[in-house]
Design a protein around this ligand. Sequence first.
Ligand SMILES: *Cc1c(COP(=O)(O)O)cnc(C)c1O
Length: 339
Amino acid sequence: MAYIILNKNNFFNNLDIIANRTKSVDKIALVLKDNAYGHGLLEMATMASEYGITKAVVQTSAEADAIESFFDSILVLADTPKSANQKASYTINGLKSIEKFAKGTKVELKVDTGMHRNGVNISELEEAFANIKRAGLLLAGVFTHHRSADELTSEWFWQKETFKTVKQKARELACEFGFENLRFHSCNSAALFRDNDFDEDMARVGIAAYGCLELPRAFGAEDFKPVLSLFASKNSSRLLKAGARVGYGGDGTLVQDSIVSNYDFGYGDGFLRICTKNGYKTPKGVDLVGRISMDNSSFLGTQEELLIFDDARVAAKYAQTISYEVLTSLKSHLERTIV
Ligand SMILES: *Cc1c(COP(=O)(O)O)cnc(C)c1O
């Protein structure tokens, strides 16, 4: 079987760097959606709680229910619960979704400040507050999401300014409608590291915690260390002659007599098949031979345990994608071990 090793020291190193930015561990809301970016929901929740993280962000109600014992507060980004979890707040992604929640449900209002994917328009804020009040929901926060925080353009600045206006208006409306202690948040990982004067109630941090944030050096984000490594075990080895062709289609042609070993992993475990196209090499320089197949992939050499990748950003380059996709593609059946 292919298997995953999670490095706790690296995770805690990343959380130290993040806590330095947010100025408090309590302001870190760890994003654990999509099986904690492929790392394993319960594994990451366990370590985060050991570190002292009290807040989490997930996509679904089921994820929130699974990790409720680890956190004080859990934001659900896009789901309506059958029965609300007492520790969760549920996102209102548009005016129409207000009526879907049962009376007494704790909710947070998402505002569209420029991404145009989800959230109410600024011009709809008052209507949203009024409808939330009328529906008997408990409004706990107001937030937005940046569309380009990881790009060196001015876009991040105007979205930040727009959210400032939202906050001001929301504070007034909160008084008018009797909602107390609203929390405000807008930063994902990239936004947090572009901001020198972070002063919000929390930051929703995903990729930085997993050690795969990619930002220009100037932002002090270079000390993050990837948490996840993917390994596979050898099935068998064989000595093959120069010119032998390995795997489906005989795509991997040997240039000299070589020992080729087959490992028990492939796209069935979530390793992207497209990596074949670009001459995949492991971090230790071991060459892939032929195509990645469902549960079998062949490499030069004889190693028993093969490190496939230890930095999803590097693997992502082979697949011409982003580390997020490499990580979230890893299947939940892989065994995950914390070291
Ligand atoms: C996924 C997500 C995040 C985390 O983004 P990173 O870039 O991984 O830090 C934050 N906020 C929302 C709304 C998200 O969907």
